[in-house]
Structure formats: structure tokens, C-alpha cells
Design a protein around this ligand. Structure first.
Ligand SMILES: [Zn+2]
Length: 423
């Protein structure tokens, strides 16, 4: 850990970023348990023998609201300190999650500020939306650890980059997509999964799922977390560091068989949700959340073992998951408690105080909190709260127009912008 008496940080364009005194560059980690609901997290983390107090001095902040209802806008808020309406990386009536150039994050984030301050910045992500393709380009080191994607349906458009490889295998295997995909995967996994994540993929979702099932043991409850833990343990973190990890286990799918999982369009179908399937999803969601929590504990234990207790570790979730409590399954679009109330637990560097408040807190306040703490304000945690906290949604994150059996009434009712204020 480094301490500096006076520090003036100059950005490349000559603008002064900050002038700080007695700055202490503590190590910072943010671990996202994607899709972890607050109630599920509380049940799991308060189970005997599983408590966070066993691994470090953690403070629970129970009033955290996710600024958005799905990964991209929510993560963008965490990193920019702005709500989605401010940073712009969100869905709309006409812009959906696969319109990458239009929806990706275009604002600078605090990762650049940390780079400027001399931090070494690392990310390990299993979520294709927290990825350089979607604008998260500022990390010194970005490790994509999983094949998870929710690319929807058959997209036969092929990107220029992978065309030569596809052409080669197409001449060998004709129209057998599974064979073509498997061969491509073998030759260049990164290129193949980049193609998947950017939607420029040549296979239907079913084939991608088959491939994933072959590649990850216990898919789909396991979504790469096991390997991410070992990657993070092996990572030679240069101090001071900022480490970001995005686990994916609690995210759907849960069953991994055709027609047995829900997706963006489930709540918009005329067909009612099958009660037995719903129970199965809930059971598997809990199982996957538990798995994710255990992975998180392993990462934290390792960080504490390597760097001690004088560091900042934030354990959060980007949004929750709804299981038909209000006639809606999944996340995105709606702003129910099950979707927007998320866990937020923090290990603070030595001498820093937690904060109790009747107010709500937001992931959009994390940026300000971190930089105030870096300036030496021991009470920086109070900045996590604000008088007014918002959750925003702008409609369906995904384009489902080609799906059969949609209920136009539900689409009219739900596929539109909404804001919920917490105060
Ligand atoms: Zn997410």
C-alpha cells in the first residue's frame, strides 16, 4: 500500500483531475453476484458457518437499490456514478441489447480515474455485457471467463473477422452448424465467443447451449464461477489495485433443456407460466445463488490472506430476479422489489466508518464514495445514501418481435419507460 503526502494528478489532456493530500491508495475490489436478490443473499449469508464475519470485518448496507434492472445499464451506473438516463447505456423502444453500437457505454468511468492515479486495474467477468465490446474498455487487464450469453434465437449474420474461419469449416461440414461451431471453438475459442457475445454468431441458441453444456461441468447452475475463483487466486495483483469480478451463477438459465427455462419474452407470452417449472426455477436459483456466494467467500478469503484487512472490498449485485410474485418472471422492464433491492456489503479500510441511515442507497453513489474515501474522508460511507434514490427501466431490454405467441396487451402495458423513486 502506498501513501503520498501531496499528489496532483494530471490527465493526459492536461486537465487536473484532483489535488489530494495524505492520499492512501488502498486496494479496492468490487465483486458482483449478478442477479442476486437481497432476500436470497440475506438468507444465505446469515446461515451458520457461512457468515461474512468469518472472513473479515464486513458492514451490511441493507437499503441498496439497483439503479437499473439488468446488467448493462446497472454496471454502467456503478462505474460512472450516473443513472442510466445520465450515462445513456440503456434500452429504449427502438434500441435493444444487441444493438451494440447504440447501446454500449460511451462515457468514461472511474476505472480511468484509478488508472490515472496509478492503480493497476483488473476485471474478470462472466457477463457478456460487462465486456469491452459493450464499452467497458478501460481495465488494464480484462479476463472473460465464461461462455454465458443470452443471445436470442438464430442470428445468421457473420462478422467480417470470423468469416474466413467459417468459410473454411463450411466447406468441410456443409450446413452442420454444430460441427462448424465445434471446429471453430477448437481453433479459436476467444474469437468464437466474441462472435457469440457480439451477436454476429452463426448458430442458434440451442447449439450454443449444447456447446456450453459440453464445456462447463454442472452447466447451467455453474456458469464459469469455479474457474473465475482459480483465475483470481492466480492473478498477480500489483498494488495498488482495483479488482472487479462479475460472477454469473444466479442468472438464468437454470435447467438448461430446450423450453425449460425462461427468458426475456416469457412474461410477454399469452401462455401462462407453468407452476411446476416456476418452483423448479426457484429451487435452482437458490442453488445457483448459494454456489455464487461460496465462490465469493473463496475470493474474499484469498484477498484477505494476501493483502490483509486494510483494504476495500464491496460485495454487491447489479439487480435481482422476479419469480412471478407480481405476474412477471425474470428481470429487466419491471421495478418490483424482487428486481431492484440488492445486497451491498463492504469491508472498509482501517479507520473508516460504516454508516447507518434511514435513507436508501444506490450503486450510482459508489463512485463518489470511493473517491471521497481515497481523499481520506473516514466517513465517506455516508455518501452511499441519498435523499432520493431511483430505479429506472426503459422497456424490454431485448428485441422479441419475432417470437411467436406474444400477448400484445402485455407488451403495450409493460414495454415502456418507468421510474421508481425511493425516499
Ligand atoms: Zn445482471
Amino acid at each position: 500500500m502506498q501513501e503520498e503526502q501531496t499528489k496532483t494528478v494530471k490527465r493526459q489532456n492536461g486537465e487536473f483531475l484532483m489535488q489530494w493530500f495524505n492520499m492512501k491508495k488502498f486496494n479496492i475490489s468490487i465483486i458482483v453476484m449478478d442477479t442476486m436478490r437481497l432476500d436470497t443473499f440475506n438468507t444465505i449469508s446469515r446461515t451458520k458457518g457461512m457468515e461474512l464475519s468469518k472472513v473479515g470485518n464486513f458492514t451490511y448496507f441493507d437499503n441498496c437499490i439497483a439503479p437499473s434492472t439488468w446488467t448493462l445499464p446497472s454496471a454502467a451506473s456503478l462505474f460512472t456514478g450516473k443513472y442510466a438516463s445520465g450515462h445513456g447505456a440503456h434500452e429504449s423502444k427502438n434500441i435493444k441489447c444487441l444493438d451494440i453500437d447504440k447501446i454500449k457505454l460511451k462515457s468514461k468511468t472511474f476505472v480511468s480515474d484509478l488508472n490515472d492515479l496509478g492503480y493497476h486495474t483488473y476485471a474478470i467477468s462472466a457477463n457478456p455485457y460487462v465486456h469491452p465490446v459493450y464499452g467497458f474498455t478501460e481495465f488494464g487487464s480484462f479476463i472473460e471467463e465464461s461462455y454465458f450469453t443470452d443471445v436470442f434465437g438464430s442470428v445468421v449474420e457473420v462478422s467480417r473477422k470470423i468469416k474466413p474461419m467459417i468459410a473454411k469449416y463450411r466447406s468441410m461440414y456443409g450446413t452442420d452448424l454444430l460441427k462448424i461451431s465445434t471446429a471453430m471453438l477448437r481453433e479459436d475459442p476467444n474469437l468464437f465467443f466474441e462472435a457469440v457475445a457480439t451477436s454476429a454468431v452463426l448458430t442458434p441458441l440451442a447449439i450454443i447451449k449444447k456447446l456450453k453444456a459440453q464445456l462447463i461441468e454442472n452447466w447451467p447452475v455453474e456458469k464459469g464461477g469455479k474457474r473465475m475463483v482459480s483465475t483470481s487466486k492466480k492473478l498477480e495483483l500489483k498494488e495498488p489495485f482495483f479488482l472487479f469480478i462479475n460472477f454469473m451463477e444466479p442468472h438464468d438459465p437454470y435447467v438448461g433443456a430446450p423450453g425449460k427455462d425462461f427468458n426475456w419474452c416469457t412474461s410477454f407470452l399469452k401462455k401462462k407460466v407453468d407452476g411446476k417449472l416456476l418452483e423448479l426455477w426457484k429451487k435452482l436459483y437458490y442453488k445457483a445463488s448459494l454456489r455464487c456466494y461460496k465462490y465469493t467467500l473463496e475470493v474474499i478469503k484469498d484477498l484477505v490472506k494476501r493483502f490483509g484487512n486494510d483494504q476495500m472490498i464491496l460485495l454487491v449485485s447489479d439487480h435481482g430476479q422476479s419469480f412471478n410474485e407480481h405476474g412477471f418472471v425474470g428481470h429487466g422492464t419491471m421495478l418490483y422489489d424482487e428486481i431492484v433491492k440488492v445486497p451491498f456489503v463492504a469491508m472498509l479500510p482501517k479507520g473508516f466508518e460504516g454508516a447507518k441511515s434511514q435513507q436508501y442507497m444506490s450503486l450510482a453513489n459508489v463512485r463518489e464514495f470511493i473517491f471521497l474515501a481515497l481523499k481520506g474522508d473516514k466517513k465517506a460511507a455516508r455518501k452511499l445514501y441519498s435523499k432520493n434514490v431511483r430505479a429506472e427501466a426503459f422497456g424490454l431490454p431485448s428485441n422479441i418481435s419475432f417470437v411467436k405467441g406474444l400477448d400484445p396487451q402485455k407488451l403495450r402495458k409493460w414495454d415502456k419507460p418507468r421510474t421508481r423513486i425511493f425516499n
